[in-house]
Structure formats: structure tokens, C-alpha cells
Design a protein around this ligand. Structure first.
Ligand code: PLP
Length: 400
């Protein structure tokens, strides 16, 4: 038997990756519900107050539960360390703001999670940082966008809404050659399906609200990177203050314990459902990295171990038919977010219908008949029946 934690499978890491960090004898980690921590003497206080990332000085600076969670997530991503934040956006904004200054340039994708896109479109330009947004499947276009003052390349793969992929190894290699840092949002995949750091990416960020937490009960974020980068990002973190509460960190720890079994089941169910959806007469097209029909399936096979929870698909008919279909589902809950135990569905265009007309949505690449389905832990046969009934009910004219 091999006792070296570096050799553990993910299943073992999620359960034991934090062992040895505490001499507490409880089997389940205690919640350190304290904003501040006592020093035993003046010497210890001086150490607590001055050491970067001390886990038990003041909770905005760190907390023993954060330390345990970070050890597990960093172990899964294969990075030296991880930093926890109050949300995925806390992780992304803090990381980017820690690494750029006025006059710098960033290369990012045309499609990012909405609030990440806002950071590049609206926030950074106010502080003198320009971003060039590039179609992410085109590595040459990403290369062409690089300028002498480019500091960062921000990627997200698979990305909303069509699950288009970015070739992480190719982008990492070209960034390294030029001394540019790379960040990948790994939320849709999870470290069990994709390990960007092993492909050469410097920093991996997560909305831990999704697969890592896995229960739709907390918002949380993580930044995985080297100790040197983490210290730099942590200095910005204690200034911006997007701090994860000890209770939510504990819930994240509890969620992580079952990550490996959840992902295994979710990958299998999502692939089976994506294959089945492709065969349905009411479905126009299906986007899922695990499908042979995905335009970048070869890349998916190279850099992903499984397709993850999200299937995007277009139903025949327009906005109204799609709304009827979403409304007719019983098992998939009509709610934003993804990666938790319950299946969720979103009518993508409906999210934007209050702020954009149909022409604007078309320009933004949001078809009126598109849905994003996050597969949970319900039995896949029950999910299939639910989908079949709702499709037949909403689109009787397309039902055989
Ligand atoms: C890919 C991706 N990144 C980041 C975020 C932001 O995460 P949070 O809501 O935890 O701030 C989300 C949220 O949906 C997301 O889907």
C-alpha cells in the first residue's frame, strides 16, 4: 500500500487530503466559528500578525476550516496551494485585480460567465486596463491579440452557452513563452474532469458554489496556484474582503467529501441524456463535450476526462415553445446555477428577455430556443421520462 498522498486517487484525496492539519480528535472537522484567534504570548502574536496567510489569526486573513478545504482543492487541481473566497466572482475579481495595473492589457474570451465579462468590459477599463476579447476556439486569434503589455490571458472552458472549448495546452505554451500569466475558470468541468495546471496553466479559479460545494446551498470560490502567486492574490483578498464564512467553508468541506462519486454519476447520466436528447424529434441540436457530434470532441477527449453536468440544447420552435417545455418539467428545477445534487434548467433567452429584444439576443449569440440543463443525481431514467413528457407536451407538432 502506498501512503504518499501525492499518489492518492481523487476519491481518497477528498476524504483525507486535509488530514494532519489539525490535532483535533473529532472525526468530522470542527467549525471554527470565530472572527479572531487568541495568541498564547507576545511572540506568537507577532508571528500571527505578520505571517502571510496565517490560518488562525483573523478570519478575513484565514481560518482553520479554509485551510482544510484549500488543502483538498489544491490537491485535486495539482497546485501548491489554494485560496478561498466568498463566491466565484470573489475569486475571479480578486485574482485579476491582484495581477494587473493601469496600462496593462488582458486577453479574454468573447464568451465568459456574464459577471466575468462585465469585469473586462466595464470595470477594468475604468482603471486603465484594456481587454481584447477573442473567439476562444481559435488559438491563432488568441495569439494575434497579444500585445507587448499583455499581462494575463483569461480562459473559461467549457464556456457558456454552447460549451465551446479552449485548447489549454496550446494557449498555456504560447503564454509561457512570452511570460504572460494564464487563468482558467474550471467551474463547468471540476478538477476531476479537467486539470488545467497539468496542461501548463498558472491559476485555476472556481465558483465552488457549483460542483465543488455540490448542494446548491452555499456561494463560495477558490483560486488554485503557486504559493508565490497565492500570497500576492491574498494581499488583494484581505483588502477587497470577499471572505468565505467559516460555516460556508465547512459546508464546502462536507460537499467535497462526496465530489468524486457525484462527478462519476453526473458524467455518466449527462452523457447518456445528451445521447438520448440527440435522438429526439423535438430537439434541434445538442451541445455536450462528451458527444462525438461536439465540434471539438477530439480536444474534449484530449483535455477532459468527462463531460461534466451541463448539457445545452435547442428545442424546435421558438421562445414560447421553449418556455412551455421548461415549465412542463417536474424533476429539473427551473433555476440558475449548476453542478448540484438537484437537476436545474434555465431558458437562456428568458434570463435576458427583460433587457434585450430578440435581435439583440441573436447578436449576442443567445438563440430564443436554447436551454441549459444541469444534470444532478436523480436516476437518469427518471430524468429521461421527465424530459420526454415535457417535450411531447410542449411540442406536440414535433412529436412522432
Ligand atoms: C463559469 C462560472 N464562473 C463563475 C461564476 C460565478 O460564481 P459565483 O456565483 O459563485 O460568484 C459562475 C456562476 O454561475 C459560473 O458559471
Amino acid at each position: 500500500m502506498n501512503d504518499d498522498p501525492h499518489d492518492w486517487h481523487a476519491d481518497t484525496r477528498v476524504l483525507h487530503g486535509d488530514s494532519g492539519l489539525s490535532d483535533d480528535t473529532s472525526v468530522v472537522a470542527p467549525i471554527h466559528y470565530s472572527a479572531t484567534f487568541r495568541a498564547r504570548d507576545a511572540g506568537e502574536f507577532a508571528d500571527m500578525a505578520t505571517r502571510a496567510r496565517h490560518p488562525a489569526y483573523y478570519t478575513r486573513y484565514g481560518n482553520p476550516v479554509h485551510e482544510r478545504v484549500a488543502a483538498i482543492i489544491a490537491g485535486l487541481e495539482g497546485t501548491e496551494t489554494a485560496l478561498l473566497t466568498a463566491s466565484g466572482m470573489g475569486a475571479i475579481s480578486t485574482t485579476v485585480l491582484a495581477l494587473v495595473s493601469a496600462g496593462d492589457h488582458v486577453v479574454a474570451q468573447t464568451r465568459h460567465y456574464m459577471s466575468t465579462a462585465k469585469l473586462f468590459d466595464e470595470v477594468l477599463p475604468r482603471f486603465g486596463v484594456q481587454a481584447t476579447l477573442v473567439e476562444q476556439s481559435d488559438v491563432e486569434a488568441l495569439r494575434a491579440a497579444i500585445r507587448p503589455n499583455t499581462k494575463l490571458i483569461m480562459l473559461e472552458t467549457p464556456a457558456n452557452p454552447t460549451l465551446v472549448l479552449t485548447d489549454l495546452q496550446a494557449v498555456a505554451a504560447m503564454a509561457r513563452e512570452r511570460g504572460i500569466l494564464t487563468i482558467v475558470d474550471n467551474t463547468f468541468a471540476s478538477p476531476l474532469n479537467q486539470q488545467p495546471h497539468a496542461l501548463g496553466i498558472d491559476i485555476v479559479v472556481h465558483s465552488a458554489t457549483k460542483l465543488l460545494g455540490g448542494h446548491h446551498d452555499i456561494t463560495a470560490g477558490a483560486v488554485c496556484c503557486s504559493n508565490a502567486l497565492a500570497e500576492k492574490i491574498w494581499r488583494m483578498h484581505i483588502t477587497l474582503g470577499a471572505v468565505l464564512s467559516p460555516m460556508d467553508a465547512w459546508l464546502l468541506l462536507r460537499g467535497l467529501r462526496t465530489l468524486a462519486v457525484r462527478i462519476e454519476r453526473i458524467n455518466a447520466s449527462a452523457l447518456a441524456l445528451a445521447r438520448w436528447l440527440e435522438q429526439q424529434p423535438q430537439v434541434e441540436r445538442v451541445h455536450y463535450p462528451g458527444l462525438e457530434s461536439h465540434p471539438q470532441h477530439a480536444l474534449a477527449q484530449r483535455q477532459m476526462k468527462g463531460g461534466g453536468p451541463v448539457i445545452a440544447f435547442a428545442v424546435r420552435g421558438g421562445f414560447e415553445a421553449t418556455s412551455r417545455f421548461v415549465g412542463a418539467l417536474h424533476l429539473a428545477t427551473h433555476a440558475v446555477s449548476l453542478g448540484g445534487v438537484e437537476s436545474l434548467i434555465v431558458h437562456t433567452a428568458a434570463m435576458w428577455s427583460g433587457t434585450m429584444n430578440e435581435a439583440q439576443m441573436k447578436a449576442a449569440g443567445i438563440p430564443p430556443n436554447f436551454v441549459r440543463y444541469s444534470v444532478g443525481l436523480e436516476h437518469p431514467d427518471d430524468l429521461k421520462k421527465d424530459l420526454a413528457r415535457a417535450l411531447a407536451q410542449a411540442l406536440p407538432e414535433h412529436t412522432r
